[in-house]
Design a binder for this molecule. Sequence first.
Ligand code: CA
Length: 145
Amino acid sequence: MSNVDDFLTRKEEEEIVLAIRQAERNTSGEIRVHIEKTTAISHYDRALEVFQMLKMFNTQQRNGVLLYIAVDDHKFVIYGDEGINKVVPTNFWETTKDIIQEQFQQRNFKEGIIKGILKAGEELRSHFPWTIDNEDELSNEISKG
Ligand code: CA
């Protein structure tokens, strides 16, 4: 796997965008996906950098979540904003991570991303319920580096 564009088909990308919309029906949290080939810095640091680059802090409750994927490195990071970290336990993302990991190991990348997104939405729901005046604050499109 050496090309970010080969990682997912256009149809798979559309399914992922739909999953984000579906997940965000449960929660005021905002989920985004960023996919790139590799990074020279630590994946966690890079996820933070991408989070800033995409201006994902631009939410009222600071509850944006980034699923960062470095294709060639076989690494991913779930990075949640400070509004989330303030109210959830430290192992909050473990279940979501496990679900993604399990699918990625079988090279089911689309399934891993979609299941991860839906799980993240469910996990966020109890802390950040969807409300009637909830706005879609961050784009649901996949970002590519
Ligand atoms: Ca959104």
